[in-house]
Design a protein around this ligand. Structure first.
Ligand SMILES: [Mg+2]
Length: 390
């Protein structure tokens, strides 16, 4: 048994199908078996009865290997079931699927040319900011390169986009649909409207005194406006840095978007988008609308962002800034919290210019409707200053 456990663990498998028929024992009690495997760090998640039952349940009935009372929050998705987790994220949020692929030269068989072969180590989805996401959270390409385990002598690692069908057949030859459905349900319940988020944004009604919104309980719609290139035509890094040098005589130092000087009103003209401002005025005119500015700019720039908005006479019920996470997931989290604490809100309208975020938000909105948290979700893609409904 020790040798078998050692082998299974060395391969990084998280699920082992075991056909147990020890000599001299007719029927093993599940509790006894559970205690036995616990010693080796395994957990029995399903008893199929016998091998025929297992095959028919897995293949014909399409049954999930996770039983209804199985606690998925304790399941490790970073080895065997990373593909199920990635496909679930892909279906819920529209993030594209990727595998971490290791390349090695085929064994030397005396031929002149040795071909390159590959093995896939891990399944992930790619976030719009270029990082990746798995069950441990957001991770960088460099971290994945370091942490992914391969069984061959790998010479190089690549990140390859794959389709959903490919992903579900790379690591398993079983039909995994039932497992994907289980994990999607689990993700919906655990990620959405959860208590787990410790963001500074809790509730519009009791967030803090200065931001208290009058008549919060009458608000039935959340109207969200992005800042850069949606409400205001702020400068892009390249042209902005050039203009900065022309006007100040100094070379720009450091990053762009996190720097307060990227919104310096003495240096840059930052006009609004008139079509978006018309939409803003329309949203503001209905007292049932909670009208919020939500940006991927960090909170340290709140004074600069709000100065620009004030200059244009734009006032919002609240101003929300990114606090750490990748921008699209940060925005979805904040919307989920808004819905959680303000159940009267049944409709969300968003205005945003980031092409790569639009479908992610659209998918999220549809999920919220499916789950009964929203009646309606609209997103306007702002292109060259003009909003188009998606
Ligand atoms: Mg923007």
């Amino acid at each position: 048994m020790d040798a078998a456990v050692k082998y299974v663990k060395s391969r990084g498998y998280s699920t082992m199908y075991l056909l147990a028929s020890p000599i001299g024992v007719n029927k093993i009690d599940l509790d006894v078996l559970t205690d036995f495997y616990k010693k080796y760090g395994f957990e029995i998640i399903k008893d199929y009865g016998n091998s025929r039952g297992m095959v028919s349940q897995l293949e014909e009935n399409g049954e999930s290997k996770f039983s209804d009372d199985y606690d998925l929050s304790k399941h490790s998705f970073t080895s065997g079931d990373c593909d199920i987790y990635a496909v679930s994220l892909h279906r819920l949020y529209g993030y594209p699927l990727y595998v971490v692929r290791g390349w090695y030269l085929e064994p030397d068989l005396g031929q002149d040319e040795r071909e390159w072969e590959y093995e896939d180590s891990h399944a992930v989805v790619k976030l719009p900011n270029g990082n990746y996401l798995d069950s441990h959270g957001e991770t960088t390409e460099a971290e994945l390169r370091q942490n992914c385990a391969f069984s061959n002598d790998i010479a190089k690692i690549t990140f390859e986009p794959v389709s959903e069908g490919e992903m579900l057949s790379i690591f398993s030859c079983q039909d995994q649909e039932a497992d994907v459905q289980k994990v999607m349900d689990y993700l919906k319940k655990s990620n959405n409207l959860s208590e787990s988020d410790n963001s500074t944004f809790y509730s519009y009604s009791d967030l803090n005194e200065e931001r208290e919104v009058e008549g919060i309980n009458d608000k039935t719609k959340l109207s969200i406006f992005d800042f850069d290139k949606t409400l205001v035509m702020t400068p892009e890094p390249e042209e902005g840095m050039k203009k900065w040098k022309d006007k100040t005589g100094k070379q720009w130092k450091g990053r762009w978007w996190e720097n307060p000087n990227s919104l310096n009103t003495d240096v840059f003209d930052m006009p609004t988008n008139p079509s978006v401002i018309s939409a803003y005025k329309k949203e503001k005119s209905n007292s049932n609308n909670l009208v919020v500015m939500m940006t991927g700019r960090i909170k340290a720039l709140s004074n600069n962002v709000e100065k620009v908005l004030n200059m244009h006479g734009l006032k919002f019920d609240d101003y929300l800034y990114k606090d750490g996470a990748e921008t699209s997931s940060d925005k979805m989290k904040k919307m989920e919290l808004a819905l959680k604490y303000n159940p009267n809100i049944r409709w969300i309208t968003m205005y945003d210019d980031r092409s790569e975020h639009i479908l992610i938000f659209k998918n999220w909105g549809n999920t919220m409707i499916d789950m009964g948290y929203l009646d309606k979700f609209e997103i306007y893609h702002v292109k060259n200053g003009k909003p188009f409904i998606v």
